[in-house]
Design a protein around this ligand. Structure first.
Ligand code: NAD
Length: 315
């Protein structure tokens, strides 16, 4: 059996597959050549870069499995593949904690101005140093503050656990029902049950000190001009979910008016090119869609993907 790991796979996943007798190629074949070269393989694994669309699926009828390392399957025609008898698998939970931790990297950055101070630290110190000391003097702590989590699935819940561990209060909103207490595992393996407050959407946006989005891509932004106007003045907003879930122009207006104190964005409308105004904005911390990009998440993704492939071909 031959597997093409076209967007790469963690060495642990590759080793597991090879130990189970698979041949794994990690050559990155350009999209335009895939239809011709994929015939030599029984399965393909991708991350977000390689597209597995209807035309590719039709061109390679011998393909048996498509594996996505990670959550979003936007780059795969999943229903069509399944209708043609292909197995399509992904590893949805493997990166949840890494994304949740990135939310807090953005939150700590926002409340202590790290993104802006990194840009502006003077080489020579002197009066500029003292000006910056004054400019960044009004930091705030996260403990005791309310974080509103919109979308209480895998990542929303991991985010809540980190927040609860920091002594924050959690308000959660989802279109589906969810449990109102979470099991928190502390150092030493001690587990405690901690409460989460369910909130209506308007209640969440008007009462939260910070708002974090953890929803899929929707037809239109969930946060726009009207929603920003209902938020607490000085709220911090973080988006590590999907581009298009925030109206970016409305966000810029809200940042400029002071309604929103800062925004942390891992995802944008026009990836991979964020709006110029976001790039240079002193109240915006940006990361290039790296929520799942930790060594630990990639190891978990590789391991889980390898087990799913081994299980499928051993049936
Ligand atoms: P999930 O499916 O476990 O959770 C999503 C939740 O959103 C579900 O509970 C769903 O009911 C809820 N939801 C859907 N529409 C909603 C709405 N209109 N209002 C409120 N809630 C709504 O997904 P997940 O694994 O937690 O992932 C969440 C998001 O994060 C996805 O968009 C995913 O693609 C993205 N993600 C980003 C990165 C990154 O690198 N930044 C990495 C992994 C996942």
């Amino acid at each position: 059996m031959k597997i093409l790991a076209n967007d790469g796979i963690d060495p642990i996943g590759k080793k597991l597959l090879e130990e189970a007798g698979f041949i794994v190629d990690t050559e990155n074949i350009p999209q335009a050549e895939l239809a011709e070269k994929l015939h030599a393989y029984d399965a393909i694994t991708v991350r977000s870069a390689t597209k597995v669309r209807k035309d590719l699926i039709d061109a390679v009828p011998s393909l048996k499995l498509i594996g996505r390392g990670g959550v979003g399957m936007d780059n795969i025609d999943v229903d069509y593949a399944r209708s043609k008898g292909l197995a399509v698998v992904n590893t949805p939970a493997s990166s949840s904690l890494s994304v949740a931790e990135l939310v807090f990297a953005h939150l700590f950055t926002g409340v202590r101005f790290l993104h802006d101070s990194n840009r502006k630290m003077p080489v020579t110190g002197g009066s500029k140093f003292n000006d910056l000391k004054k400019a960044y003097a009004k930091g705030i702590e996260l403990r005791g503050k309310k974080i509103g989590i919109i979308g209480f699935g895998r990542i929303g819940r991991e985010t809540a656990k980190v927040a609860l561990g920091l002594g924050m209060e959690v308000l959660a909103f989802d279109v589906y029902d969810f449990p109102t207490s979470l099991e928190l595992t502390l150092a030493g393996g001690i587990t405690v049950s901690v409460p989460v407050q369910k909130a209506a959407f308007d209640e969440l946006i008007s009462q939260s000190d910070f708002i974090s989005l953890h929803i899929p891509f929707l037809d239109k932004p969930i946060l726009g001009e009207e929603e920003f106007s209902k938020m607490k003045k000085g709220v911090g907003v973080v988006n590590c979910s999907r581009g298009g879930t925030i109206d970016e122009n409305a966000l810029l207006d809200a940042l400029d008016s002071g309604q929103v104190a800062f925004a942390g964005l891992d995802v944008f409308d026009n990836e991979p090119t964020p709006l110029g105004e976001l790039l240079i904005h002193p109240k915006v911390s940006l990361t290039p869609h790296i929520g799942a990009s930790t060594n630990e998440a990639q190891e978990r993704i590789g391991t889980e993907l390898a087990s799913l492939i081994i299980e499928f071909f051993s049936d």
